[in-house]
Design a protein around this ligand. Structure first.
Ligand code: P53
Length: 481
């Protein structure tokens, strides 16, 4: 398929997160993170979050794909595909094992020195997320995660240490991964991963929602303070926010459905609104007030938010969202997922995620209109079951189809709609542990890793058909799809 050429400096590559591929969960002084207490689940069964690491449970992130010891081999494969950029995160617990120490763990810092050096060896630009679902479990247990103002200081200390150490190796940063996921505040997994919150049994929805607005506020302040510190350390840093973007549409043309879609969007975009504009949007301010949530927001916080706005908007795109006022009336919207209806025009993945390539072009246009900032697609992709043939090959044409159709829409947004896009980093260029289900068999990779949900396999790496296809896309700078 014929595509449009992207600008010369366009960052083609891929994206991962430390806890989903590194393994080595307790090596070289690493502490226990919230990801280390999550068991394996499936499309039907949610992951269990246990109280510490318990015997007899399967915790897939503990060993993952052992990138900690395989990173040289893996980066070499990324280089072979022609990657210009590689997004990963720094595991907070490698640097501050408990989170509240004053001094960092040197061994942890050394690992990322080696990793970033390895990237630069091939001219690959690291793109780094500071907090990607990896908050230290000690902060969760002892401080209540981000419901506690003290956690701001722990995060900012961590951010400063990373900025200082890697100031000449990393230019592109993001503060909190998919900070807006917590808008689904009754989802235990998303609250634990976003904000380090474990709800006590019997907590009401109102209490959960109040906790979410408090935690989100402290994350905004932590993010803004980090941005300010980062600029002092290296004025050339580009520091972005990171949201899980999903354009919202009404199921029918009724005014109630349209208003509901608008309310949904306002409540969901609130997170990036604050990080880009440095202030709360009117609708959410009114909503918080009307519901009496009373988060602790000081005058000093407001100044910090204004001073620490982000340089770009990083986002993941997997699917669009369709809402119906048959599910919830616009004025009664609180937990967002309650409003979601199935879109009858779209196909779904084996995990029920709706496939909507045009939604990516719509997203790029919406975000440009809303924020007037450079955008960066830092996740996109299809989780699928792969079949390994007798000769070891994987014919993943479904993955190629998904990515091709999305890239084609992305290219239209750049070439026809004038969107300022920094790059495209599809999720999981190498198979890794799924965040949502903990599975290995929910695969995104161009590179197959021999390991399954039960943890069996020799971890050997091999190239899928999509590997050769993506290599060609990058070599042609997007023209040859
Ligand atoms: P998995 C929920 C909804 C959308 C994206 O997801 C999400 C999640 C959390 O599962 O996560 C992002 O692995 C996230 C990655 C994650 C990826 O999407 O559940 O930033 O860590 O792996 C894909 O299929």
């Amino acid at each position: 398929m014929q595509g449009y050429k992207m600008p010369n400096e366009f960052l083609w590559g891929g994206a991962v997160a430390a806890h989903q591929l590194e393994g080595a969960w307790n090596e070289d002084g690493k502490g226990m993170s919230v990801a280390d207490v999550m068991t394996v689940g499936s499309a039907e069964k949610p992951r269990e979050i246990t109280d510490g690491v318990l015997p007899g449970k399967n915790y897939p992130n503990h060993s993952a794909i052992d990138f900690y010891h395989h990173y040289k081999e893996d980066i070499k494969l990324f280089a072979e595909m022609g990657f210009k950029a590689f997004r990963t995160s720094i595991a907070w617990t490698r640097i501050f094992p408990n989170g509240d120490e004053l001094e960092p763990n040197e061994k942890g810092l050394e690992f990322y020195d080696k990793l970033f050096d390895e990237c630069h060896k091939y001219g690959i630009e690291p793109v780094v997320t500071l907090s990607h679902f990896e908050i230290p479990f000690h902060i969760v247990k002892e401080y209540g995660g981000f419901t506690n103002r003290k956690t701001i200081d722990f995060f900012v200390r961590f951010a400063k240490v990373c900025f200082d150490r890697y100031k000449d190796k990393v230019k592109y940063w993001m503060t909190f991964n998919e900070i807006d996921n917590q808008s689904s505040f009754d989802n235990d997994f998303l609250m634990a991963t976003n904000s380090g919150i474990l709800f006590t049994p019997g907590m009401t929805d109102r209490e959960k929602e109040a906790a979410m607005y408090q935690a989100a506020h402290y994350e905004f302040v932590a993010s803004a303070l980090a941005v300010k510190e980062g600029r002092k350390i290296n004025p050339n840093f580009q520091i972005g926010c990171m949201i899980n973007y999903s354009p919202v549409r009404p199921l029918t043309p009724s005014s109630d459905d349209v208003l509901l879609a608008d309310k949904f969007e306002q409540r969901r975009d609130f997170f990036s609104d604050v990080q880009v504009n440095g202030e709360y949007p009117k609708e959410v301010e009114a909503y918080i007030e009307r519901n009496g949530f009373r988060p602790d927001i000081t005058e000093e916080d407001k100044i910090v938010l204004k001073e620490g706005t982000v340089d770009y908007v990083g986002f993941s795109y997997y699917q669009s969202t369709t809402v119906s006022s048959e599910k919830v009336k616009p004025d009664e919207l609180s937990e967002l997922s309650e409003a979601i209806a199935k879109n009858p025009t779209l196909e779904r993945s084996a995990w029920g995620w709706e496939i909507d390539p045009e939604g990516l072009r719509i997203s790029l246009n919406h975000l440009t209109d809303r924020y007037h900032k450079p955008l960066f697609i830092v996740e996109n992709g299809l989780g699928a079951y792969d079949k390994v043939e007798d000769d070891g090959s994987v014919h993943d044409e479904y993955r190629i189809d998904y990515l091709r159709s999305h890239i084609a829409q992305m290219e239209k947004a750049v070439a026809l709609d004038g969107v300022d896009l920094m790059g495209y980093l599809p999720w999981g260029p190498i198979d890794l542990v799924s965040a949502g289900t903990g599975q290995m068999d929910k695969r995104y990779g161009f590179i197959y890793v021999n390991k399954n949900d039960a943890g069996e396999g020799d971890l050997s790496r091999s190239k899928k058909d999509s590997f050769y296809w993506y290599k060609k896309v990058i070599a042609s700078n997007g023209e040859d799809l």
